[in-house]
Design a protein. Structure first.
Length: 291
């Protein structure tokens, strides 16, 4: 049975806590088996500790290493309060195979993948984790910052402005993504219905002045709709609805986005919600019949 253990401690300053952690790591007990959660909190000159353990036996085993270290540092843990855990929400750390692991990042231009060895080096920062249920813990967190991942994909990271303006700009970009895909699908379908080979039509159209980098990347998807979406219809529909709502609040007309919203809605009705945005070509084909 899982148990919660609360140490009120006497004389455990933040400095002594840090030294205790270092000595536990040196003893091979920095991340003991059976401990699900650990936090230190309170005034920096008198920290308290709360742990969650899978069983009393697991904690007792850890205590054989912990207690001599506390005595060495002059920390009196007192008699801890031990309580049964009624409910505990725990996100276990997944076990991954390093050679097979990869991180996929998807944007309007496509999918990018980075293997473990291709990630930027991790950094360690002291930060406060504040939980909505009232718990908080200031700890050393180690990982790869999202900002450094973005540098692997794009040449610049741009500060747009105050809170909310980045979202508006994202919606503005995604209007073009939806509308350009829809317009290209219309033209491709028109060429097909006129007897032009679709592969040839797509190649000529993509090589013309209308062939934006985004469209060129999506032409293979328009011709052969993939099972796995880069950017699915439902996600795009959400963004276009948000764009139309924002435009209404800002008294801004969005005629092409309004049309795209109607087609995206129809795509969802036809079962394409979780297919790639390139499905608009098939949706238009199903909505019309040959003369």
């Amino acid at each position: 049975m899982a148990i919660g253990i609360y140490f009120s401690n006497n004389g455990m300053s933040a400095a002594k806590y840090d030294e205790c952690i270092k000595l536990l790591k040196k003893a091979g007990a920095g991340n003991p088996s059976g401990r699900s959660y650990h936090t230190a909190f309170g005034p920096k000159d008198n920290l308290m500790v709360f742990d969650v353990w899978t069983s009393q036996a697991a904690f007792d085993k850890f205590g054989k290493t912990l207690m001599p270290i506390l005595q060495q540092l002059g920390i009196d843990p007192g008699t801890p309060d031990v309580m049964p855990v009624t409910i505990w929400l725990l996100d276990p750390v997944p076990v991954v195979s390093a050679p097979d692991w990869q991180l996929s990042i998807v944007d309007g231009l496509g999918r990018y993948s980075l293997r473990l060895g291709e990630l930027p080096p991790p950094v360690t920062r002291r930060a406060l984790l504040d939980c909505t249920s009232g718990w908080y813990a200031e700890q050393d967190w180690t990982g790869v910052p999202v900002r450094s991942l973005l540098r692997e994909i794009g040449s610049t990271v741009t500060h747009v402005g105050r809170n909310g303006q980045g979202l508006v700009l994202k919606l503005a970009i995604n209007i073009s993504l939806a509308v350009q895909t829809l317009a290209f699908s219309e033209g491709l379908l028109l060429a097909e219905r006129g007897g032009v080979d679709p592969e040839l039509a797509a190649d000529v159209m993509g090589s013309s002045a209308i062939g934006s980098p985004m469209l060129k990347a999506r032409i293979p998807l328009l011709l052969h709709l993939p099972e796995h979406a880069w950017f699915d219809v439902e996600m795009m529909h959400k963004d276009i609805r948000l764009a139309c709502q924002t435009a209404s609040e800002l008294a801004t007309p969005l005629p092409s986005a309004t049309v795209a919203e109607a087609i995206l809605n129809r795509a969802g009705e036809l079962g394409y919600a979780h297919r790639d945005l390139a499905a608009l070509h098939e949706v238009l084909a199903k909505e019309t019949t040959r003369p």
